[in-house]
Design a protein around this ligand. Structure first.
Ligand code: HEC
Ligand code: HEC
Ligand code: HEC
Ligand code: HEC
Length: 217
């Protein structure tokens, strides 16, 4: 009999303890989960609305000009617009390489598929580029020229995984600057130079490498 009473007491005590633990647990959980119970500013109602800083995409310099090699009376180099010559020249759709250029632009290095120069340059106005649907495009908008033929890279660029950036991830803290395609790729020979992997620098005696690769003396 005495043994049974003891077991009964232990069981009763256990149930009480369990209820106590659950009760305290609920209190703690409520405290952690409900912001409005905590002192200080409330997360739901920021005192000032967050300012979203702009993302700036660098634009190319604009319409290229050709240097004549002469200087004016002010000593400034004389340059002429593309249209100066091309307005009166018959456009040549067959030019697909720099090596066939004999009369002008000699030495232009071109390696960008088997495209005609005039798949990008606008045959009716050489001071502009041309989109696939024939509409003119300003030189400052070169990114959109590249985007129409390189969809996957343009998508990656928009997602931030191609083309790099400087500034802030969190736009509430500051702005961000993005490169344009031609900051890195020459439109006439866009391939990136091959990079040769080399051996890492030699270890100084006593140096170790952590799993993260940082060297510590
Ligand atoms: C001094 C005159 C002159 C100027 C300025 C000039 N070009 Fe040309 N361009 C030529 C000549 C001449 C050819 C043809 C060369 C050949 O086929 O041997 C040519 C060819 C080209 C072609 C190949 C297609 C075609 O119609 O023959 C392109 C594209 C081109 N020029 C773009 C430009 C751009 C862009 C500019 C401005 C940065 C420019 N040119 C400025 C004289 C000029
Ligand atoms: C894939 C598009 C594309 C093709 C194809 C192309 N160009 Fe261009 N070209 C450009 C762009 C974009 C610029 C402006 C470059 C810049 O802003 O620095 C340019 C600039 C030029 C210029 C002036 C600046 C310079 O680099 O001398 C000349 C001249 C020129 N192109 C001639 C040609 C000729 C000739 C061909 C054909 C052999 C050709 N381009 C093919 C996109 C193209
Ligand atoms: C009219 C279509 C067209 C336009 C516009 C165009 N490209 Fe291309 N691009 C191509 C084609 C086609 C190839 C494949 C060439 C090959 O495989 O030989 C290519 C290849 C490339 C490559 C890979 C080169 C290599 O050899 O691996 C790069 C990088 C590139 N383009 C960048 C650009 C940039 C930057 C612009 C804008 C200035 C641009 N492209 C505009 C059609 C285009
Ligand atoms: C910060 C420099 C940078 C900018 C800006 C940039 N690229 Fe690239 N791009 C690269 C590098 C580096 C590679 C070579 C990647 C490799 O070899 O794996 C590359 C490769 C490419 C290729 C070849 C295919 C590939 O994925 O290897 C294409 C096409 C291309 N870029 C198009 C574009 C276009 C279109 C834009 C603009 C929307 C752009 N790039 C902007 C650096 C840049």
């Amino acid at each position: 009999m005495a043994g049974e009473a003891r077991i009964g007491k232990i069981a009763f005590g256990g149930v009480i303890a369990l209820i106590g633990v659950v009760f305290v647990g609920v209190l703690v959980w409520t405290w952690l989960a409900r912001n409005d119970l905590k002192p200080g500013p409330k997360a739901e109602e920021p005192s000032t609305p967050a300012v979203i800083h702009p993302v700036t995409i660098r634009t190319p310099a604009g319409i290229p000009r050709v240097a004549t090699g002469e200087v004016d009376s002010q000593g400034q180099p004389v340059t002429i617009a593309c249209a100066t010559c091309h307005d009166t020249r018959q456009p040549n759709y067959e030019t697909r390489s720099g090596t066939t250029l004999k009369d002008f632009h000699q030495g232009l290095h071109f390696a960008h598929g088997n495209q005609s120069c005039l798949s990008c340059h606008n045959a009716t106005d050489y001071d502009t580029l041309k989109q696939a649907d024939g509409r003119p495009l300003e030189f400052s908008q070169t990114l959109m020229l590249c985007a129409q033929c390189h969809g996957p890279q343009f998508r990656d660029y928009q997602n931030g995984s191609h083309g790099g950036m400087q500034g802030h991830w969190d736009l509430t803290r500051g702005g961000r600057t993005r490169n344009t395609c031609t900051d890195c790729h020459d439109p006439h020979h866009p391939a990136y130079p091959e990079v040769m992997p080399v051996f890492p620098p030699k270890m100084v005696r006593g140096e170790t490498i952590t799993p993260h690769g940082e060297n510590h003396p």
